[in-house]
Design a protein around this ligand. Sequence first.
Ligand code: PA5
Length: 359
Amino acid sequence: MAASPSESTDLRLDADTIAAVDVSDMLADVVGLPEHLRDALWKVESANMQPWDSPGGLVVAGMGGSAVGGALARAMLGDHASRPVLASRAYGLPAWTTPDTTVLCASYSGDTEETLACYEAAGALGARRVAVCSGGKLATLARADGVPVIPVAGGFQPRAAVAYMTVAALEVAALCGAGPRMGAEIDVAADHLEHLVVEWGADGADDCEAKALARALYDSVPVIAGSGLTTPIAYRWKTQFNENAKIPAFMNELPELCHNEVVGWQEAPALGRFAAVFLDDSDTHPRVKERFALTRELIGEQATGTFVVESRGHTAVERVLSLVLLGDLVSLYVAVLRGTDPTPVDVLVSLKERLAASA
Ligand code: PA5
């Protein structure tokens, strides 16, 4: 039987204990990240697209687990993006979208109403469209309109298809002239992640970084901070805590949070247990690194814990994905420690059903 949160820190996070709570085996999808990356490259290839020129850049239109790939791809491209690349999470496209912009409509289910609205808006504008989905209305519309579809395998939770969505965004950015081809980096990153899966996965040491961090966070509200390349990853961590562990979690970025949020920690203990996690990277601005240290010092008394987590790897693709994998595992282990099945997202499903009923 699953342990209650108060007993959980004694719980070993081994394969059997995890499987007893993670009954739908979200773990398999999380540690499948390296394989998904390689498969995603094939999936893009299978859409048989020839390069084209979009001087207006790329908008990745999607929501939730499907939008995150666009934001992560943007972080990976960094200074190598030669045109605007933006993840857009809304019913409409950014005002600056023109017929010269490529719009990648990303929806795992293919049935997300915001993404479908963007698909229609891009069509009305005359913008070049590409779809990435596992099926649904988006696939049907795209096929009818002659719009290329990058297929994604079925059977995942949308948030577990993060590798597919990220690779699709990177490859479409390259195809439309907004960034360089990253296929080789993606392959190398997949090998790198396999090592991290061994280190942090179910068979990894019980005091490995992922399990130790989960134990430190399982009974607090995580407040995740990123900067630059790690900002969209902070958002991924927040959403994975929400959906896998079913707990509130928040994110912000530096240097901005040093101008407001840092003050809010003063009264935090009166409201609850909050822990801070800073996502660091070799490329973080040196003054931001100083801010990480100072902020930790200033909120240390009010937080139940403060932690700095470093990305691992050489290329931006490796570093971003190392932190994505770590956050996915930490959130899953927090779910296990709390006795919560990581997979179902009943509230989200019910919200979509109620909206569909009123459409
Ligand atoms: O994680 C989730 O399930 C959600 O955030 C979904 O990704 C979001 O609701 C959008 O659905 P879809 O990814 O099918 O477009």
